[in-house]
Design a protein around this ligand. Structure first.
Ligand SMILES: Nc1ncnc2c1ncn2[C@@H]1O[C@H](COP(=O)(O)OP(=O)(O)OP(=O)(O)O)[C@@H](O)[C@H]1O
Ligand SMILES: [Mg+2]
Length: 257
């Protein structure tokens, strides 16, 4: 099993939409996936799969129970063939200052049922995020071309260094990307983009596959049945997400996402 975390300290960078795109692409390709909603401030993943609204407090096991030490298999809600979800829960906030970074790793250990576990997180650095990172093989950090994204990434890399997770395969991904302007090298967009690209700390981790800013992605996250495929409206975004998934997981997606 491979575990993929989506985290950035800046909000609204695309953690949730990328989590959903990866999950749907992997499920469509026949892989068994476990999705974990570890965002304690907004259960986007659970809402996308329509599960949060059916969740009466205390009636079902959630990510809270997972952090309490329950095994993953006891906390899942079946969504469809090849996809289980561990629902978000506001009580996860109890673990922001937990003293152990191994809680989640222990709960996921020995689970051989899933091919991939995908974890969406909130835009923070706390011990919930620390637990997610300690349990993950791959970290995907979506970024935007703005100065706060740059400052937040600097901070995040300091925290990652403290955690000493040498084997965490880290990818920085430009999302909502707008191409640099060829006729105006001094433009703000170009300067910010270069700030990331020329930073020695970030350079080795910047994935060359960007996701463009596109209304197609907005439609995707707002309509559960909206699919990306080869048709004219969605083709560019479809190619972008396929290329990104291939570069990170080495998997070729063939059908619609
Ligand atoms: N490539 C894109 N093109 C256009 N809109 C996008 C793109 N990526 C994300 N968005 C939009 O940006 C908003 C934020 O995306 P998303 O919720 O995935 O970010 P997030 O990092 O999970 O946010 P939060 O930090 O609040 O959890 C959403 O409305 C989403 O539809
Ligand atoms: Mg989110």
């Amino acid at each position: 099993m491979k575990t993929i975390a989506f985290n950035s300290i800046k909000g609204g960078t695309g953690k949730s939409i990328l989590s959903v795109l990866f999950i749907n692409a992997l499920v469509k390709s026949g892989f068994r996936c476990l999705a974990i909603d570890a965002d304690a401030s907004n259960n986007s993943l659970s809402f996308y799969y329509n599960e949060s609204e059916h969740l009466e407090s205390g009636s079902r096991k959630t990510v809270f129970n997972l952090f309490m030490g329950e095994k993953a298999r006891n906390c899942v809600t079946g969504i469809k063939e090849n996809l289980d979800l561990i629902c978000g829960d506001v009580r996860l906030n109890e673990f922001r200052n937990t003293d152990s970074l191994k809680r989640l790793k222990r709960s996921l250990q020995e689970d051989t049922f899933y091919d991939f576990t995908v974890i969406d997180t909130s835009p923070t650095y706390d011990n919930i995020t620390g637990n997610v990172l300690a349990a993950s093989d791959i970290l995907l950090i979506p970024i935007q071309q703005d100065i706060f994204s740059y400052q937040a990434l600097k901070y995040q890399f300091e925290k990652l260094a403290d955690l000493e997770l040498e084997n965490l395969d880290t990818h920085i991904v430009f999302n909502q990307f707008e191409k640099p302007l060829t006729d105006n090298q001094g433009a703000y967009r170009n300067q910010i983009t270069n700030l990331f690209l020329e930073d020695e700390t970030f350079k080795p981790f910047i994935n060359p596959n960007c996701l463009s800013r596109s209304g197609v992605f907005r439609k995707y996250i707002n309509k559960q049945n909206y699919r990306l495929n080869g048709r004219a409206e969605t083709q560019k975004s479809y190619e972008e997400i396929k290329n990104l998934i291939h570069s990170i997981l080495g998997i070729g997606i063939t059908g619609a996402v």
